[in-house]
Design a protein around this ligand. Sequence first.
Ligand code: UN1
Length: 500
Amino acid sequence: MATASASHAYKNFINGEWVAPRSGKTLENRNPGNTDELIGIFPLSSREDVDVAVSAAKEAYKTWRLIPAPKRAEILFRAVELLVKRKEEFSRDMTREMGKVLAETRGDVQEAIDMTYYMAGEGRRLFGQTTPSELPNKFAMSLRQSIGVCGLITPWNFPMAIPAWKMMPALVCGNTLVIKPAEDTPLSTYHLVEMLSEAGLPPGVVNLVGGDGPDAGAPLTKHADVPVISFTGSTSTGRIIAETCAPTFKHYSLEMGGKNIILVMDDANLDLAVDGAIWGGFGTTGQRCTAASRVGIHKSVYKEFVGRFVERAAKLRVGNGLDPSVEMGPCINEQQLQTVMSYVEIGVKEGAKLLTGGHRLAGGELAKGWFHEPTVFGDCQPKMRVAQEEIFGPVVSLIPIDGLEQGIAVANGVPYGLSASIYTRDVNHAFAAMRDLYTGIVYVNAPTIGAETHLPFGGTKQTGNGHREAAVAAIDFFTEWKSVYIDYSDKLQRAQIDNN
Ligand code: UN1
C-alpha cells in the first residue's frame, strides 16, 4: 500500500486506501514561517469524497462495534508505540507546517501520545453501572453503547493533539469516523492516521478527507449517516454547525473560543506570575483557545508587574520554530496576521495603551512569513474590544483590578468561559476563585494553558455547548447510555406500582 509520505502529493484515506480526491482539486500546504517552503500538496475534497468516506465508515461500523473494546484498544496501544518512535520526525514536520516552536510541537505530539495511551486504557474499563432494582428478582444495569459514524473537524493550532482527542475516544468506544483536519495543517493528521493504519486498524474504521469548511466540512456535518459531530474551532463556525445538527438532533460537541484571564493578586509571587503570563500569552504565538489574552493585575502591584512583563515580552525572540533559540513562531496564515493587525488598530483607537509591539515583523529572514511582534496593551478597560474578543494572536491586554471580587467579575465578564488563572499566596483567595470563576478550567499559580489529557477539557458560555473533551467526559460524548432491566421473577412486575 502506498503511504501518505511517499510523495509530496498527499491523498485522502478512505476504506484503508490512499485515494486521490474525486474533486480533482488540491491545495498547497506552505510553511507559515517561510512561504517559499512547500510542505506538500493536499486534497481539497468535495461532497462526493465525503460521501464515499462516510459509506466506508458506515460499512466498517458493522464489524468494528462488535470487536471487544480491549481488542480495539490493543490497536491503539500499537499505534501509540509507533508514534513514540517517530515523535521527533512528526514534531519537526509539525513545526514546518504550523510554525510553532519545536519544544511546543513536541508537546503537541506528546499530547496525542498521552491521549492515545489514556483511551487505550479505557478499552479495559468503559465502565457501566449495576444497581439494585426496586423489585425482587430483577437485575438492573447501564451499558455504554457505540453510536456510529463520527464526523470530526479539527483546527490548525494543535494539529495532532486535537485529532487524537477526538479519534481515540471515538475508536475505543466502537465508533468509526471520518476526520477533516484544518486545511492549514493536514500533514500531522496524515501522520496520525498512518500510524493507526500501520498498527492494524481495519479498513474503513478511520477515514481522512482533506479540504476546507464549505466543501468538505459542511457535507460531513449535514450527512444523514453521521449521527455524531465533534468540532473544535471558531464560535462563528460552531454556531453554523449547531444549526446544521439541530434539525436531525445529531449529537454535537463544540469547543470554541476563549478570552482567558490571569488574575495577579497583590500577594502573588510576581516573578512566577510574569513567567506564567509570558508563557500563557505568547506560547503558540497566542494561538491557543486557552491563551492568556488578558491579565488582570491588582492596582498595588500593577506598575511593577507591567514593567517586568513588558520588558520580557519585548525581548522574546521571534522566528523559525526549528531554530532552538527562537521562542515564538509566526501566525498561521496571512488572514490571521491581518486579524492581529486589525486588533492592534482597534486597541489604539479605543484608547488602550500600546506598551510594546504592534507591528508585523518582516525584516530579513522574517519577510517570507506571517510574523508579528509580541504586543501588549496596558490600562485596558474590561469592556474594550481588545479585552472582550478573541484575537488568537500574540496580543495581551492588561487590566488594572481593585481586588478579588472585582477581578472575578472582570474575569467572568466576557462571552467565553474556557480557562482562568489566579496568582496568589492566600489560600482563601485561591479557594474563592476556584469556586467563582465561571470557566471550565481554573489554574492556581499556573497560567491558563497546559491542560492534561485525563481531566475534562472545555468551557462554559460561548466556548462550548456543555460537553467536555478528554478524560471520561470524552467517553460520555462518544457513547450512548443504555439501561437494561432483566426480570427473572417469571411474573409481571410493575415498577412504581407492585413494590408499594
Ligand atoms: C487549544 O488551544 O485548542 O491546555 C487546545 C492547553 C493545551 C490544549 C489547547 N493542552 O493549552
